[in-house]
Design a protein around this ligand. Structure first.
Ligand code: SF4
Length: 351
C-alpha cells in the first residue's frame, strides 16, 4: 500500500484529502485580503483552471469580515492562512473557513493552540500544521545534533502529536523548504513518523515560473512517485492560475490524474519548414478552454510527425508551409500553415 493510501481522510469542504483520495490540487490567493470581489474573481479563475482548494491569507483581524464574505460566495473551499494571532484562526473557523492553516513556530505556543483546536472541532473543519524552514520552532532550530529535514519533520510531528493528545485528529501536515532535496528528505521522514496524517506537499518559495516549476516538479515528482503527498501546491512567483496548470501537468506526467489536453510537440530542428514554435504556442493557448483529456500532436516534419500524429487523438504532421491533419490515426485533410491551428481546433470540437 502506498503511503498516501494509508493516511486518515479529512474533508476540506467537499474535497477529500488523504486515505487514497486523488491528490488534491490547491493554490493561494494573492489579491489584497480586504478585496472581496477581487479574491472571488481569482477563485473563479483558479476553479476554471482546475483548482480544488483555495487558500487566503488573513494578516489582521480587520480582514476577517472580507474573509467571511469570500467563504460565503466561493465555489471552492477556502482555507484560512493565519500567522501570529490565534484569535484570527478562531474567528475564521466561525466565518466559514473550510480548513485552518497555522504555523506552530509563530502562533503563540502550544497553549495558544488549544482554543484554535476547539474552534476547528466546533466548526467541523481540519487544521493544517504548516512548518516552514524559515519559521522553525526556536528550540529545534538551535539543535546542532539534527539535520534540517530532521528539525522540520520533528517540529511538525511534535505539534501534530500535541493536537492529537488534545483530542484533535482532523489534521494535515506540511513541512516545506525552498531546497528541493531538503523538502524530499523531510517528507520521507514525515511519511515514516506520522504515516496516518495526510501530507500537503510543496517546495516553498520555489521562485519565478521557469525555476519554480522545475524545482517543484523535481521535488514533488520524487515524492508523488513514492506515493507521498495527499494534496499539493506548486508555489510560483507568478499568477496562481499557473500554479494550477503546473500541478495538473505534473500529475498527468506522472500518470496520477488527468485534466485537460496534453500536447505532444517536437523540439524542431533544421528539417522543420513551418514556424512550429509559434504554432504549438497558439495551440496551447487555444486548448486552455478545453477540459477533455485529449492528446494533441503538433509535429514539425515527416521524420516523427506522422507516427506521433497518428498515435494522438488529433495531430498535425507539417511539411513545407502546410500540415497533414490526423484524427484518431487517419489523415482527414491537408491545410496551409496559416490554417493549421483552426483546423486542429475544429477537429477537437467534433470529438
Ligand atoms: S519531427 Fe521533424 S522537425 Fe521535429 S524535431 Fe523531429 S525531425 Fe526535427
Amino acid at each position: 500500500m502506498k503511503p498516501n493510501e494509508q493516511t486518515r481522510r479529512v474533508m476540506v469542504g467537499s474535497v477529500p484529502v488523504g486515505g487514497g483520495a486523488p491528490v488534491a490540487v490547491q493554490s493561494m490567493l494573492n489579491m489584497p485580503p480586504d478585496d472581496v470581489d477581487g479574491n472571488l474573481a481569482q477563485i473563479e479563475a483558479l476553479a476554471e483552471a482546475g483548482c480544488e482548494i483555495a487558500r487566503m491569507a488573513i494578516p489582521k483581524r480587520a480582514c476577517l469580515d472580507a474573509f467571511g464574505q469570500v467563504c460565503e460566495r466561493s465555489p471552492l473551499p477556502v482555507v484560512a492562512d493565519v500567522h501570529f494571532d490565534p484569535v484570527i484562526a478562531i474567528e475564521a473557523a466561525r466565518l466559514g473557513a473550510a480548513k485552518l492553516r497555522i504555523n506552530p513556530g509563530n502562533i503563540g505556543g502550544l497553549d495558544a493552540t488549544v482554543p484554535v483546536l476547539d474552534a476547528a472541532r466546533e466548526a467541523g473543519i481540519p487544521i493544517r500544521i504548516g512548518v516552514n524552514a524559515g519559521s522553525l520552532d526556536q528550540d529545534l532550530a538551535a539543535r546542532a545534533d539534527l539535520t534540517l529535514p530532521e528539525k522540520l519533520a520533528a517540529s511538525a510531528a511534535q505539534y501534530a502529536r500535541f493536537c492529537e493528545d488534545n483530542g484533535f485528529t482532523d489534521l494535515v501536515v506540511s513541512a516545506k523548504a525552498h531546497d528541493v532535496m531538503t523538502t524530499v528528505s523531510t517528507y520521507r521522514l514525515l511519511a515514516r513518523e506520522i504515516p496516518h496524517i495526510p501530507l500537503h506537499i510543496g517546495v516553498t518559495e520555489a521562485g519565478t515560473q521557469f525555476q519554480g516549476v522545475i524545482k517543484s516538479a523535481s521535488g514533488l515528482g520524487i515524492l508523488l512517485e513514492e506515493g507521498i503527498g495527499d494534496t499539493m501546491r506548486i508555489s510560483l512567483t507568478d499568477d496562481p492560475v499557473n500554479e494550477i496548470r503546473a500541478c495538473w501537468t505534473l500529475l498527468a506526467a506522472l500518470d496520477l490524474r488527468r485534466r485537460g489536453p496534453e500536447i505532444i510537440s517536437c523540439p524542431t530542428c533544421g528539417r522543420c519548414q513551418v514556424n512550429l514554435i509559434e504554432l504549438a504556442g497558439q495551440v496551447e493557448a487555444r486548448l486552455r478552454t478545453v477540459k477533455a483529456p485529449v492528446k494533441v500532436a503538433v509535429m514539425g516534419c515527416v521524420v516523427n510527425g506522422p507516427g506521433e500524429a497518428r498515435d494522438a487523438d488529433i495531430g498535425v504532421a507539417c511539411g513545407a508551409g502546410s500540415g497533414a491533419v490526423f484524427v484518431k490515426g487517419e489523415v482527414v485533410r491537408k491545410v496551409a500553415e496559416a490554417d493549421i491551428v483552426d483546423a486542429l481546433m475544429e477537429e477537437i470540437g467534433k470529438l
